[in-house]
Write a protein that binds this ligand. Sequence first.
Ligand SMILES: [Zn+2]
Length: 110
Amino acid sequence: MKKWKCVCGYIHDGDEVCDVCPKCGAAGSVFAELDEAAAGVIERSRNTNALHAQLIDLARQIERVCEAGIRDALDPGCVDVFEQSLNASFKQMKLSMTEMQGHMDKGKWG
Ligand SMILES: [Zn+2]
């Protein structure tokens, strides 16, 4: 499927360009059709970016569990495990966010 990129960065998927950009309201005439290679990179990246988004969501869930465990504070061993897990999930979230930022910078987005 063809891909068209608006001046605002929005990517439209379709055989024909859309009439109006749903993001910024610009006319379809400002869209540029992406070549096959650029369209392929975006298509491929969408799946990977969605996987990173899932990892970030899971990391946030782990953070909430760890924070509850730290508040619960049954004993020092438990608190230590929850604190270590909290730090590890925070690091995981930042790794995925950094990777996604890199994708945006390289046009692997949309
Ligand atoms: Zn736009």
